[in-house]
Design a protein around this ligand. Structure first.
Ligand code: PEP
Ligand code: MN
Length: 367
C-alpha cells in the first residue's frame, strides 16, 4: 500500500508514523519520498493485520492510503498524482514535454574526441551529452574506459558546450566521484540488479538513468527502480535498451512495446536507447522514430564524429549528420502526433528546436 502523508505533518510526526509502521510489523525502508504534490511511504500491506492498518490510517499524519497489489509500490503509477519530471540541469524528462535527445560516444576516448563529440551533439540539437568513462565490457581484453581521467574530460566537454552529462557508474565505491563530475548517473544494463549499487546511487541524490537488464522482466526493472526510490530519491529515468533474443541479426531486440506499457504502470519517465537496442547504426533512425511514436520521454543515442574509429560499439554508432536528421524527424513526428501543445513547462526543451531547426520544419508556428 501507499501511505500519502499530510502536507502539514511535522518531522516528529513522520518519525512517529515510521515507528508505528515498524511496530505493526512493516518491513522495508519506510522512508518518505517526495512525489507529485506530496510525500508518500511505500509499505508491503501483507505484513499488516487489518486492525494494524486501521490504526495507521487513523493517525493524524496520514492523509489517505491507497492499496496497491504490485510488488513495487513507490514506482507504481498510483503513488504520484502527476507524472514525475526528472530535471538534469535545464533538461526535463517526463511529464509529457518534448522528449530530450541525449547523444555522445559510447566511450570517452581523448580530450579532442569528447569535446568534438559534445560540440557536434549540441549543433545537431541534442540537449545532453553521454560518454562512458567506466565501461562494462563483455571481454576483459576490450577497451575498459579512461576511468576518472575520462570523467574529467567528459565534465570539461559538458562545461564547454553547456550540455549536462550522463555517465555510467559501475560500483558503489565510485558513486561519489562519478556524482562529482556528472549531472546524471547511469546504472548500466548489466548492473540493473546490483542492489547495493542502486542504493548507493540513490543516496547520491543525483538523477539516475536506470537501464533495463538484457534479460530482465518489466517487473524486475520496476523493482530495481523501487530500490532507488526507497532511498528517498525520486529522480529516476527508466531506459529501454533492448533485451536478449534468439536472433543474432541484431545485438538486442529493442522492446518498443515496453515504452507505452511501462508508462501505463509507473509515473517515472521512460526513454529509449535504439543504439544498444539494435547494435546496428542503420536501424537507429527508424527505431528512434518508432520510440517517439510509442511515446518515449527521450532518446539516448551513440554518436561519434568518426563512428568507425570508435573504441567501443562502433557498429551501432551514428555520425553527427544522422543525429541531426534523427532530431529533426523525431520532433516532426512528435508534433505531427499532436503532442506537446502545452509549452508552459518545456521552455528548456523547445529551445533546441529554435536553435537548430526553424519551427516550421517541425510543423510549429513561431511564437
Ligand atoms: C552504454 O550506455 O554504453 C552501455 C554500456 O549501455 P548498456 O548498459 O545498456 O549496455
Ligand atoms: Mn555503448
Amino acid at each position: 500500500m501507499i501511505i500519502f502523508i499530510r502536507t502539514d505533518a511535522t518531522l516528529d510526526q513522520r518519525a512517529e508514523l515510521r515507528h508505528a509502521l515498524a511496530a505493526e510489523g512493516a518491513r522495508g525502508p519506510l522512508g518518505t519520498l517526495p512525489l507529485g504534490t506530496g510525500d508518500v511511504i511505500g509499505v508491503d500491506a501483507s505484513m499488516l493485520t487489518r486492525s494494524g492498518r486501521e490504526r495507521i490510517s487513523r493517525m493524524h499524519t496520514v492523509d489517505h492510503i491507497v492499496s496497491i497489489k504490485t510488488p513495487y509500490k513507490l514506482a507504481n503509477l498510483a503513488a504520484s498524482k502527476q507524472p514525475t519530471r526528472v530535471h538534469v540541469g535545464g533538461v526535463i524528462f517526463g511529464g509529457g514535454g518534448i522528449p530530450p535527445i541525449v547523444a555522445g560516444p559510447c566511450s570517452v576516448e581523448t580530450e579532442s574526441q569528447i569535446i568534438e563529440s559534445a560540440q557536434a551533439a549540441k549543433a545537431a540539437g541534442a540537449k545532453m551529452l553521454r560518454g562512458g568513462a567506466f565501461k562494462p565490457r563483455t571481454s576483459p581484453y576490450a577497451f575498459q574506459g579512461l576511468g576518472v581521467a575520462g570523467l574529467k574530460l567528459l565534465a570539461r566537454a559538458g562545461e564547454i558546450t553547456g550540455l549536462p552529462v550522463v555517465t555510467e557508474v559501475m560500483e558503489p565505491g565510485m558513486v561519489d566521484v562519478v556524482a562529482e563530475h556528472a549531472g546524471m548517473l547511469q546504472i548500466g544494463a548489466r548492473n540493473m540488479q546490483n542492489y547495493s549499487l542502486l542504493v548507493a546511487a540513490g543516496y547520491s541524490n543525483k538523477p539516475i538513468l536506470l537501464k533495463r537488464g538484457p534479460s530482465s522482466t518489466i517487473e524486475e526493472w520496476l523493482l530495481a527502480a523501487e530500490y532507488i526510490l526507497s532511498t528517498g530519491n525520486p529522480q529516476v529515468v527508466l531506459c529501454e535498451r533492448g533485451i536478449r533474443s534468439f536472433d543474432s541479426m541484431t545485438r538486442n531486440v529493442l522492446d518498443v512495446a515496453a515504452i507505452p506499457l511501462v508508462k501505463s504502470l509507473t509515473h517515472l519517465p521512460v526513454i529509449s536507447d535504439p543504439s544498444h537496442g539494435t547494435g546496428r547504426r542503420e536501424l537507429v533512425h527508424p527505431m528512434s522514430l518508432a520510440s517517439i511514436a510509442a511515446g518515449t520521454d527521450g532518446l539516448i543515442l551513440e554518436m561519434h564524429p568518426r563512428p568507425d574509429e570508435s573504441l567501443s560499439d562502433a557498429a551501432q554508432t551514428i555520425d553527427p549528420a544522422l543525429l541531426q536528421k534523427i532530431v529533426k524527424d523525431a520532433y516532426a513526428l512528435h508534433f505531427a502526433m499532436g503532442r506537446s501543445n502545452d509549452f508552459s513547462c518545456r521552455t528548456d526543451n523547445i529551445d533546441i528546436v529554435h536553435e537548430s531547426l526553424p519551427l516550421e520544419t517541425v510543423g510549429l508556428q513561431s511564437k
